[in-house]
Design a protein around this ligand. Structure first.
Ligand code: CA
Length: 231
C-alpha cells in the first residue's frame, strides 16, 4: 500500500503565483488546494486537512500572520510562509506566530520544494515524540543517554547547553528564534536576552564544532536566531 500523496494548501491571492505553484507541486506528485483569501484559507485548513500550508502574508482580507495564528490555535501542521516581506522583523513575527519556515519572494522553486520536503519530514503529524538523537561522522548525539560525541571525543555538556542543543536538533533545518530558544530553555520569563543566548551558543560551538569560528551545525540566522544544519 502506498501512502496517499501529501495535500498542500496554498493561501495566496496572486493568480500567477498560484498557477505556478499548482503546476510545480503537481509535477512533484503533491495534491493541491487553493484559497485566495486569508479567512477562506484558515477555514480550508480545518476542513481540507492538508499535510502542509503555504501562506502569503499580504492577503486582501486578513494578514497572513493572523492566518498562521488561527491555524496554530488548533493544529501543529507545518506552515511555510511565502512572502515578499524580506525584513528580518517580518520573518521573526511570522516564526513567532508559529510558522515553521520562511521563503522570500522572488523564490526559486527548487528551494521551495526542498523546504516543503523538510517541513513534511519533521511534521508532528508524521512522527511521534521528539528526536532520539542525531548521527553524523563527526557528531553523535543520544538524547536518551545524554551522550554527545564530537570530532572523535566525548563531550560534556551542562544541562542548559544540552537543552539548547536538544531544542535546536528537534527543529533541525528550521530557523528557531531567540525568543523561542530562551523561553524553551530558560523559561517563560525570558525572551529579550539574545546576548545571553549568544554566550551559550558559543560555548556549545566550542564543544561540538570542529571549527567554532566557522560552525557547520549550529548556524546563525542573522537577527532571527539559530538553525541546526543537520537533518
Ligand atoms: Ca499577496
Amino acid at each position: 500500500m502506498t501512502a496517499p500523496r501529501p495535500l498542500v494548501l496554498v493561501i495566496e491571492d496572486e493568480p500567477d503565483i498560484r498557477a505556478f505553484l499548482r503546476s510545480s507541486l503537481q509535477a512533484e506528485g503533491y495534491r493541491i488546494a487553493e484559497a485566495e483569501t486569508g479567512a477562506r484559507g484558515a477555514t480550508d485548513a480545518a476542513t481540507h486537512k492538508p499535510d502542509l500550508v503555504v501562506v502569503d502574508l499580504g492577503l486582501p482580507d486578513i494578514d497572513g500572520i493572523e492566518v498562521i495564528r488561527r491555524i496554530r490555535g488548533w493544529s501543529p501542521l507545518p506552515i511555510l510562509v511565502l512572502s515578499a516581506r524580506a525584513q528580518e522583523r517580518a520573518k521573526v513575527e511570522a516564526l513567532d506566530a508559529g510558522a515553521d519556515d520562511y521563503v522570500t519572494k522572488p523564490f526559486g522553486i527548487e528551494e521551495l520544494l526542498a523546504r516543503i520536503r523538510a517541513a513534511l519530514r519533521r511534521s508532528p503529524l508524521a512522527q511521534e515524540g521528539g528526536p532520539r538523537g542525531f548521527s553524523a561522522p563527526d557528531l553523535e548525539i543520544d538524547f536518551e543517554t545524554r551522550r554527545v560525541h564530537a570530532n572523535g571525543k566525548d563531550v560534556r555538556l551542562t544541562p542548559k547547553e544540552f537543552e539548547l542543543l536538544r531544542h535546536l536538533v528537534a527543529n533541525a533545518g528550521k530557523p528557531v528564534t531567540h525568543r523561542e530558544l530562551l523561553q524553551s530553555v530558560w523559561g517563560p520569563d525570558y525572551g529579550d536576552e539574545p546576548e545571553y543566548l549568544r554566550v551559550f551558543v558559543n560555548q556549545l560551538r566550542k564543544k561540538i564544532e570542529a571549527n567554532p569560528a566557522k560552525p557547520k551545525y549550529i548556524l546563525t540566522e542573522p537577527w532571527v536566531g539559530y538553525r541546526f544544519a543537520g537533518e
